[in-house]
Design a protein around this ligand. Structure first.
Ligand SMILES: Cc1cc2nc3c(=O)[nH]c(=O)nc-3n(C[C@H](O)[C@H](O)[C@H](O)COP(=O)(O)OP(=O)(O)OC[C@H]3O[C@@H](n4cnc5c(N)ncnc54)[C@H](O)[C@@H]3O)c2cc1C
Length: 441
């Protein structure tokens, strides 16, 4: 039987899935596939990783849904190019369909996969699914990459139409007629967490439903109050793994809250920037910011990681991150700003720590925001801006409700004194950056 494969990656859903809809409409029976990428899993430092557990559960859910619809779901562990090559040898595969991924590793991998499939005369189709505008769909009037968010967002709003947000009909077409049923011995067993060398770790993730209407309507008033459990939408994990469709989310935000729509478009913006400038995953965009003499003190870094800096908002944030894998945006700003300016530690150390801990960790958003905070990015806060952690606390948590939740010993002798005085640390960082920038130019 001639089949086509739909390869799920960051789109762990059947509904409103661009690539899946195209595969189901192609006229060939579809076999959905997920590959646990050994190149990525080998880099996970912790064998109890809540993100892998989340992915595993979602893949198993997709497998059950596929089976219930009369099809066969394949799951494999290994290097994607090798797994796919093996599959095209085992089955009569005419085409592989998948959704685009804009990260440097993913674009390289997809290039190799495309070449390999070409050698076997198998077609490879990629679709835009995880963003509204990708790659160079929004450019400046002079044809350059937009680096001012305000102008980008204006173009985003001008170009956004109802049609772009229509759901793809993948769920309706997900039927026995369009799916391939393979013999059980041909499909093979699906990997388990244990067979991949991992153990189960569950952390709370809000469900894949759209956020409640009241949360969305109030978003601009509540988003900067970390004490509120529903101050923001909490959709980041679902967007990261594609259990929610970005079109669904944008439709709701567009109808109810322009501020939320603007925040969601930062996601497209950062993915677009990383696609154009893949080197920024590990290097400052701004050449003048590439040789900053960061202090990189290991002991102070550990104090930051463990929430022992003596600055309550920073400490509460790091403890929340360590305990839950989540951090409200305002507290991400406070903790990141403190690391790169007050402790004067390389933003890449913080980016890596967040990457290990955040359930919603996403390369483009994490790097984009860290480079913003450090003043090094294609879009960046002014390098001389240093937020006072104390003033931020007074602004966002005046009753200390949030910080007391995570730092119960606050106000007792058990709580450490501030690691550095704010004014001293600010002047130290600003002077060192100024000197390095002058030397670079
Ligand atoms: C230092 C730092 C690191 C960050 N790392 C990540 C990360 O790894 N993954 C991640 O998804 N977000 C990251 N963010 C952005 C933002 O903090 C989170 O998306 C947000 O807190 C998630 O909670 P929410 O879903 O309730 O967001 P809401 O405020 O309800 O926003 C809705 C959605 O819009 C998008 N969004 C909102 N703010 C931003 C932003 N500043 N940049 C990009 N997208 C945004 C997200 O997809 C988010 O889920 C980071 C921010 C900072 C300052």
């Amino acid at each position: 039987m001639k089949i086509c494969i739909f390869w799920h990656r960051r789109d762990l859903r059947i509904h409103d899935n661009a690539g899946l809809a195209a595969a189901l409409a192609s006229g060939l029976p579809v076999v959905p596939l997920f590959i646990y990428d050994s190149d990525i899993l080998d880099c996970l430092p912790d064998k109890a990783d809540a993100r892998l557990t989340f992915i595993y559960d979602e893949v198993e859910r997709l497998a059950r849904q596929t089976q219930a619809a009369g099809g066969t779901f394949l799951a494999r562990y290994g290097k994607p190019v090798k797994v796919l090559e093996q599959l095209v040898k085992e089955f009569d595969v005419a085409a592989v369909h998948t959704n685009e991924d804009y990260e440097p590793y993913a674009t390289r991998r997809d290039g190799e996969v495309g070449e390999m499939l070409g050698r076997h005369s198998v077609d490879f189709y990629l679709y835009k699914d995880q963003v509204i505008f990708a790659k160079n769909e929004i450019m400046t009037k002079s044809g350059t990459v937009p680096k001012v968010f305000g102008a980008y967002h204006k173009a985003y709003l001008d170009r956004l139409t109802d049609d772009m947000l229509l759901p793809y009909g993948s769920a309706d077409a997900f039927t026995k007629t369009n799916l391939a049923a393979l013999a059980a011995d041909k499909a093979g067993p699906r990997p388990t967490l244990e067979s991949m060398g991992f153990v189960r770790k569950e952390q709370y993730v809000p469900t894949a439903d759209l956020p409640a209407e009241a949360v969305v309507r109030n978003y601009h008033k509540t988003r900067n109050t970390p004490a509120l459990q529903n101050g923001s939408t909490r959709i980041s994990v679902q967007l990261r793994f594609g259990t929610l469709s970005v079109r669904q989310v944008v439709r709701q935000a567009r109808a109810l809250n322009p501020k939320l729509l603007a925040e969601i478009s930062w996601r497209d913006f950062f993915m677009m920037l990383l696609w154009h400038f893949p080197f920024t995953a590990t290097e400052a965009y701004d050449p003048k910011m590439r040789h900053i003499p960061y202090r990189n003190n290991e002991k102070e870094f550990r104090a930051w990681c463990e929430g022992r800096t003596g600055y309550p908002l920073v400490d509460a944030g790091m403890r929340e991150l360590n305990a839950t894998g989540y951090l409200p945006n305002r507290v991400r700003i406070a903790t990141a700003g403190f690391l790169v300016k007050h402790l004067f530690i390389d933003w890449r150390w913080g980016e890596k720590y967040f990457a290990d801990k955040l359930l919603d960790y996403e390369l483009a958003n994490n790097v984009g925001n860290w480079q913003w905070m450090a003043g090094t990015g294609a879009v960046a806060a002014p390098w001389f801006r240093v937020y006072s952690p104390q003033s931020q606390l007074e602004k966002v948590d005046p009753e200390l409700e949030y910080v007391k939740r995570w730092v119960p010993e606050l106000g007792t002798p058990a709580y450490p004194a501030p690691i550095f005085e704010h004014k001293f640390a600010r002047e130290r960082a600003v002077e060192a950056i100024r000197t390095a920038r002058n030397a670079a130019s």
